[in-house]
Design a protein. Structure first.
Length: 89
């Protein structure tokens, strides 16, 4: 593979039951001394942590036409929004 996985990529992975399923990468965990771990969300909204070697790329986020936002998720806010001073919880 010539490109690392990116948020929003559609990937295929194996479940603990041995069946294969597809999902969208929603989070990436990178640490110095271990392989990269991805949090993948399947169409049924279940999530799974998988190592990079356990994933197979189906479609890149760019080819799916989604600008950094995976299906079913809201876009990240450009700036944080805070409650006004004196607002109740």
């Amino acid at each position: 593979m010539n490109r690392p996985y990116a948020l929003g990529d559609l990937v295929r992975f194996k479940l603990t039951t041995g069946q294969f399923t597809e999902g969208v990468i929603v989070h990436k965990i990178v640490e110095k001394r271990q392989p990269t771990i991805f949090l993948v969300e399947a169409a049924d909204r279940r999530r799974a942590f998988r190592f990079e070697a356990e994933l197979a790329l189906i479609a890149e986020v760019e080819t799916r036409g989604i600008d950094g936002v995976s299906e079913g998720f809201e876009a990240a806010m450009a700036a944080p929004v805070f409650a006004s001073h004196g607002a109740d919880d």
